[in-house]
Design a protein around this ligand. Structure first.
Ligand SMILES: Cc1cc2nc3c(=O)[nH]c(=O)nc-3n(C[C@H](O)[C@H](O)[C@H](O)COP(=O)(O)O)c2cc1C
Length: 217
């Protein structure tokens, strides 16, 4: 099936967080949608493999930080490419404890606090229906859209993101290498330096792993 039309769907960029005992947990998501207006409810899609999914089913309380266009790739890759299962994503981050939740405050337009009222099974993902309890605007900087992330920051999405699509072959003769962690493709024909000549300490621009995590396509 040709999935190109799905690329025309619009999304924002968010960090959803929760807290289990004293452990702060959260991940990057692009699937937050307001689905009712009276006493409003949001729908959020979270992969069943994500630790945030597991913890949110227990805690049933979360914060959603709405990223602005000033958000760094460092923040995005930390929350979007590593797991809270084995990483403290909140170390050296600007977050505030609000309603006993760790709310990411770095480069955000605002945040939403809510309570999970239902979890709907969607095969690889669960849809969390979240009743909004509190919202705050923090800055009037433009919110980051998924399109901005893809086009301006050259960002891609990992397999756990609902919008993940396998990269297409563009030029069969080009020598290309793909990051096995985030899917980023380094195409020698589009870069000034060939992948083979990059320095040993070169890092993937998206998820910051080294050259050894790349495979030749
Ligand atoms: C741009 C972007 C969008 C993403 N959107 C989603 C999403 O909507 N739902 C989801 O489950 N994972 C999404 N992810 C993937 C999770 O952020 C990623 O799997 C994360 O490592 C999970 O962390 P956790 O194990 O701490 O929950 C996205 C990642 C990126 C980079």
């Amino acid at each position: 099936m040709n999935l190109d039309a799905l690329k025309a769907l619009s999304y924002g960029m968010f960090i959803i967080t929760t807290r289990k005992d004293t452990k702060n947990v959260g991940c990057l998501i692009n699937t937050v949608m307001q689905i009712t207006s009276k006493n409003p409810i949001l729908a959020v899609s979270i992969n069943k493999e994500n630790y945030t999914n597991e913890v949110l089913k227990e805690t049933k309380k979360c914060a959603i930080s709405i990223l602005s266009t000033t958000a760094s790739m460092d923040l995005i890759s930390k929350f979007g490419y590593s797991s809270s299962r084995n990483t403290n994503k909140f170390e050296n981050r600007n977050y505030q404890n609000i309603q006993e939740l760790p709310v990411i405050m770095d480069d955000i337009c605002g945040y939403i606090i809510g309570e999970v009222i239902q979890v709907i099974d969607a095969e690889t993902h669960d849809i969390f229906l979240i009743r909004i309890q509190q919202t705050e605007m923090i800055s009037d900087t433009a919110p980051m859209t998924y399109k901005y992330y893809q086009e301006e920051l050259k960002g891609v999405s990992p397999k756990n993101a609902p919008t993940y699509q396998e990269a297409k072959k563009e030029n069969n003769n080009a020598i290309r290498y793909q990051c096995t962690i985030c899917g980023y493709i380094y195409d020698n024909s589009k870069e000034k330096i060939n992948f083979e000549d990059l320095p040993d300490d070169w890092k993937c621009p998206i998820c910051k792993v080294g050259k050894d995590k790349f495979v030749k396509l």
